[in-house]
Design a binder for this molecule. Structure first.
Ligand SMILES: Nc1nc2c(ncn2[C@@H]2O[C@H](COP(=O)(O)OP(=O)(O)OP(=O)(O)O)[C@@H](O)[C@H]2O)c(=O)[nH]1
Length: 334
């Protein structure tokens, strides 16, 4: 017998990214795995602009999740840059999770991404069927078969094909919280389908000591995450053409002076940029009502993220045609 059988499994650490059509559930999956709201979810397509990493800490492994924007037909300079970010990410990670929603038949969008994926030979690819709570078992089975066939057609060898629902694990976490069992995130993970997904991804990572300190959930700078939370709130319920026209920049984050130690307040000043003066009304709303709601909603999320009360000061500014202007893009963080 070799000595190996007695030694514990080696620690593994590495990077995984989720790819897939807009709205496929990539950000939701990242959040469910990490156990906190780090990536931005929204029912509007293409809301994830920045590469946000969520970090799953386990005793046996550390899984660093890189959340990429959706790959799409570039029409603007911003579109091209986003696609570049996606391809670079794919070639750098240890495993790619290709997300395909269970409630939608495979379409040209999925094939487009799969064809690109087939070109990335070395990285193991896992097909993840998301939103399984939305379909019956027959539809799910048909989807699993279709994905298997897609792999055969394009010469992709799936390391796994995994069905998951992020909603189930959110409900589980909610129930755990209600019962007062608000254990550290690390203890809550591992439960349910999302935990199973992590179990399948971990063996595909290289042997390595942890890459990040225990407890780190993301290495995105706080200001970027705060800006994303504001953008997410600003996107809710606006007209279809607006989402791509909104960018948010946090200008300043400073603790308010002269506050007692037990009642701190963080002042955050942020600008919401739109492309045209005509869009101002949509964002601000009648008598400023919409902007107020955006402020209230995002403040709640920011306070939860940073763990401190926040005073949020939002201003709406016009940055003419920022998506097409390299100088403006750089200023807005792209
Ligand atoms: N019912 C159900 N809905 C889900 C599930 N996962 C995600 N969703 C919903 O699907 C929508 C899109 O989810 P996201 O996680 O934002 O999708 P994404 O792939 O990150 O989208 P982009 O950022 O646009 O690329 C949101 O409204 C989610 O609430 C799931 O497991 N079940």
């Amino acid at each position: 017998m070799s000595a190996r059988t007695d030694s514990p499994a080696p620690h593994r650490a590495g990077f995984a990214c989720f790819v897939g059509r807009p709205n496929a559930g990539k950000s939701t999956l990242t959040n469910a795995l990490v156990g906190t709201k780090v990536a931005i979810t929204s029912n509007r397509p293409q809301t994830t602009r920045h590469t946000v990493r969520g970090i799953v800490h386990r005793p046996d492994a550390q899984l660093v999740l890189v959340d990429t924007p959706g790959l799409h037909k570039p029409r603007t300079l911003l579109g091209e840059r986003l696609n570049d970010i996606v391809r670079t990410t794919w070639s750098e990670v240890d495993v790619i999770g290709f997300c395909l929603p269970a409630d939608q038949k495979l379409g040209p969008g999925d094939r487009f991404i799969a064809t690109e994926l087939a070109g990335i030979k070395k990285t193991p690819k896992v097909a993840i069927v998301t939103k399984t709570d939305l379909v019956d078992s027959k539809t799910l089975a048909a989807q699993l078969i279709a994905i298997d066939q897609l792999g055969r057609d394009l010469g992709i060898e799936w390391a796994e094909i995994i069905p998951v629902s992020a909603v189930d694990s959110e409900a589980e976490r909610g129930a755990a919280k209600k019962n007062g069992a608000d254990a550290p995130a690390g203890d809550r993970r591992g439960a349910g389908q999302v935990g199973l997904l992590a179990d399948l991804l971990v063996p595909l990572l290289p042997e390595s000591p942890p890459l990040y300190p225990e407890g780190d959930l993301t290495d995105e700078p706080e200001q970027v995450m705060v800006a994303e939370l504001i953008r997410e709130a600003a996107l809710e319920g606006v007209r279809d053409e607006l989402p791509h026209s909104i960018a948010v920049v946090v200008e300043e984050m400073l603790p308010r002076e002269d506050r007692p130690a037990d009642r701190p307040l963080l002042d955050i000043h942020a600008n919401v940029y739109i492309e045209r003066p005509s869009q101002k009304g949509i964002i601000i709303g009648p008598k400023g009502k919409r902007l107020k709601e955006v402020g209230m909603k995002s403040r709640k999320h920011i306070e939860a993220l940073l763990g401190t009360p926040v005073f949020l000061d939002l201003h709406v500014k016009v940055a003419k045609d920022w998506q097409r202007d390299p100088k403006q893009l750089r200023k807005l963080g792209f």
